[in-house]
Design a protein around this ligand. Structure first.
Ligand SMILES: [Zn+2]
Length: 390
């Protein structure tokens, strides 16, 4: 699109579309591997021009999608359902509760949005290899999208990732590098890989198309609500990139004049993997030293998008909570039994957080609970939850 460019979320520097394959080089100088990324880029559109072309009664939100329509991979990215969950809403005494079920995307997680956006960028610039670090979902998603597009996927993933996610990635033909370590180790190794061997790096927040891809969930929510902004969006939070993407999507609506405010964002983290929560509460950043949690998808020591995530929480007048593994497994069963939704533990963390935060909400608020991944991706965790107390 004419007029599209990237802007650094820290220094405000502008980069051309083609310069947006990695963070802002000026800010990245202050970054060291194993720390939150510096200089994450955000997409900027020719707002005035798009505003003049928009029909405010039925705006075409494709006008603010960064992926080039001519380069989209042949991989379906259907709109996911946003639906009421009356029994769960009754239990929480929150009649305005809605679930947005991104576990229903083809590879079973919201990550398909980011994978498709990055792969479209690879196709646009003629890059044949895409490299990523993943706790499991991003990797399995990237493997699937690359298979459809005929690209090579190189994935660094903790060897301890749930079996189904490893099987997905291998089955789709990815070049898989199991890492005896954490997601943070996989992140560092994947960056080294692209430095040494080339390829486009899809790491979340590293490639700005991950945020542009993830923001589409916000555009969908806005459209599905009849062009209304919800009061709250509850986001399971690990490295902070889904949170940043949701924020960016709603921010774009404000910039277009379609919305007057952002929804308040509630970040939910696992107790052991709480770096963003602590950073938001105290203003002081520190790693989550031992981030092990049953919610593997949100287990991270140094969240890549910590700075941007905290900015998103501040600017949306949002909040953050932490939940225990026990609360997550209880929430997983509650969501399954009262809503018919089988979310993976990270997705269930959102419900656990909402429950913990419930007394801070008014009863008439419209709350969207984002289910980020399908429960079939980690059957062992659910089985462990069922066996508790046996
Ligand atoms: Zn910068």
């Amino acid at each position: 699109m004419e007029g599209f460019h990237w802007r650094c979320s820290e220094c405000g520097g502008v980069r051309s579309r083609d310069q947006g394959q990695a963070p802002c080089p000026d800010c990245l100088r202050q970054w060291e591997p194993g720390r939150p990324i510096r200089g994450i880029l955000l997409g900027e559109f020719p707002w005035e021009e798009i505003r003049s072309r928009l029909d405010p009664r039925a705006p075409d939100l494709d006008l603010i999608r960064a992926d080039d329509p001519a380069c989209r991979p042949p991989y379906p990215l259907p709109e996911t359902p946003l639906f009421p969950v009356p029994r769960l809403a009754l239990e929480l005494d929150l009649p305005g509760l809605l679930v947005k079920h991104d576990g229903l995307l083809p590879s079973g997680s919201l990550k398909d949005r980011a994978s498709c956006a990055v792969v479209s960028e690879a196709l646009r610039i003629g890059e044949t290899t895409v490299v990523a670090a993943s706790t499991g979902n991003a990797g399995s998603s990237l493997a699937a999208v690359c298979a459809a597009a005929g690209l090579r996927a190189v994935i660094y993933i903790p060897a301890s990732a749930p079996k189904a996610k490893l099987v997905q990635a291998r089955l789709h033909g990815a070049d898989l590098h199991p890492v005896e370590g954490t997601y943070d180790d996989a992140f560092r190794l994947s960056i080294e890989h692209t430095r040494l061997h080339g390829g486009l790096n899809r790491n979340t927040a590293w490639h700005p198309m991950t945020i542009e891809g993830k923001k589409t969930v916000a555009l969908e929510i806005f459209r599905q609500l009849g062009w209304q902004i919800p009061d709250w969006v509850v986001v399971p939070t690990g490295d902070g990139v889904i949170l940043s993407g949701v924020y960016k999507g709603f921010l774009d609506m404000v910039r277009l004049g379609l919305a007057r405010r952002l929804p308040r964002l509630l970040a939910v983290q696992a107790q052991a993997s709480d770096a963003i929560h602590r950073f938001f509460r105290t203003g002081v950043y520190g790693d989550a030293e031992t981030p092990a949690t049953v919610a593997d998808s949100i287990s991270v020591r140094a969240p890549a998008a910590a700075l941007l995530a905290v900015k998103a929480l501040q600017e949306s007048a949002g909040d953050a909570v932490v939940v225990s593994d026990e609360e997550i497994l209880v929430a997983q069963q509650t969501m399954a039994r009262l809503a018919g939704v089988f979310g993976e533990p990270a997705a269930a963390a959102g419900l656990a957080g909402l429950r913990a935060f419930r007394e801070r909400l008014r009863g008439d608020e419209r709350v969207v609970l984002l289910v980020t991944g399908h429960g079939l991706k980690d059957v062992d965790a659910a089985l462990g939850g069922l066996h508790r107390g046996d």
